[in-house]
Design a protein around this ligand. Sequence first.
Ligand code: HEC
Ligand code: HEC
Ligand code: HEC
Length: 442
Amino acid sequence: MLKRIAAIAVALAVVAGGGFLIYAWNPAITPIARPNPAAFPHDAVARGEIVANAGYCVECHTRADLGGGPELAGDYKMNTPFGALFSPNITPDVETGIGTWSEAAFRRSMYRGVDRDGAHLFPAFPFNHFTKMSEQDISDLYAYLMTRPAVHMTHRANTLPFPFNLRILEAGWALLFVSPGRYQPDPSHDAMWNRGAYLAEGDAHCGACHTPRNLLMAEKSSAPYDGAVIDGWIAPPLNAHNPTPVVWTEDELFAYLRTGVAPLHGSAAGPMSPVAHRYLGRIPESDVRAIAHYFATMDDAAHRQFQDAAALAAALKASGRDLSGPQHDAAVRLYQGACAACHYNAGSAPVLGRPELALNNALWLDEPNNLYQVMLHGIGASEGQSGIAMPSFYAGLTDADMARIAAYLRATRTTLPPWTDLEAKAAKLRAAVGPPPINASH
Ligand code: HEC
Ligand code: HEC
Ligand code: HEC
């Protein structure tokens, strides 16, 4: 009897495995001659450029290290917990790019994460979001890409070890974690909300950074927008778990996403900086407004906003107060010397360009990452608020100094429990981040 069960179990496994292989197998799509760029209508190309900006294609498909590379020609290095992955060339070059891809092949890659040859793509390519995009958007995007200059360039070899380098495994990953299919409008919300949701969930893939991931690096569908760590930064929660004392209203969100700075909340620095400046700054204002509307609904701003005036007054008061005393003296001196000149707000509202630290989420998040990141690298003139910079303290402050300032700000500007292991965390992040580039525009 037991043998029989074992035999059935093996048979089932074989059938399941066979089923999986059939599922995982995708035919190659016949290569085509490179489409004539003049054949694409101008308005399709113009719309496609907007779709490309809303999806940050240039960011991940342009080499950033080694002095940079040609736009969309690939070789952008992405660090995963398993090894480095380099993005492919998506210019219309016929040998090294996607010049021989038909629109059908391109659409399959965006919707299913499968390349023209039928191989599975790694989910560092956020096709779990792109699958929600409309056929019209994909078609316009194709027109845009096929009319870019063709660049002949290959990318460096991935350093993913076995078995993570096996593309066939991605089929199983996609089966578990990706629900293919277009965005379905939610009739309980208005058109603006649905437009915002369509963009945020699909093309603009905000969740790729703001949603925590499970052990297999898939976004946790049980915790959408609950905040996550990306490149040593914290992408804060965008839902009601956002710890800010003053809620993110639609106007604050719009200003932040459009210009890289929100009067009450501070600046878009680190990985968020290009999202605002390079990309959302270049799509129609109404689309950015729609995204802001979507997230203002998610964090329930309309119902929580009534507390803001009191929270603002309390924050400004906390900020003006300096808690001297044995445990803070050294920190107060450091803070006065290094930070206070630029972060002092005397009025009843913070001055734009002088972020009020008592309101800034760098102080309210569970970990000090973003505060340390800003101290270590400063904020370049093209990040955050355009034309305004904060100097780097990489050389000017030791790990112990940074820890002291962090503990002091957390204790005096927030009502939250102290951070722990501050000096060790400063040392760890400093090692990971490295010194600011010599030619930084600080
Ligand atoms: C977060 C980074 C990221 C973003 C944003 C991104 N891609 Fe990619 N893309 C990748 C990576 C990484 C790969 C390669 C995955 C692999 O090697 O399996 C890839 C693969 C592709 C491929 C397959 C190409 C080939 O030769 O196999 C296409 C097509 C593509 N991306 C198009 C786009 C478009 C269009 C956009 C913008 C809407 C975009 N990507 C945005 C990271 C990104
Ligand atoms: C490449 C990763 C990445 C992507 C993509 C991304 N974000 Fe962010 N986001 C971050 C990081 C990191 C921060 C923290 C920046 C800082 O503190 O200066 C941030 C900050 C924010 C903040 C400020 C939150 C706070 O409490 O301070 C908002 C709002 C925001 N992002 C919205 C969005 C929206 C909406 C999208 C999609 C349109 C998006 N982000 C896409 C990484 C990302
Ligand atoms: C020379 C002026 C100056 C000094 C000194 C300075 N800052 Fe800043 N800081 C700024 C400016 C300006 C910004 C906003 C930059 C932007 O938006 O481009 C900023 C932004 C910030 C932010 C907000 C980052 C975000 O993502 O919203 C934090 C946190 C911060 N500073 C902390 C500090 C700390 C801690 C010190 C002392 C170690 C300090 N600053 C010293 C000018 C300064």
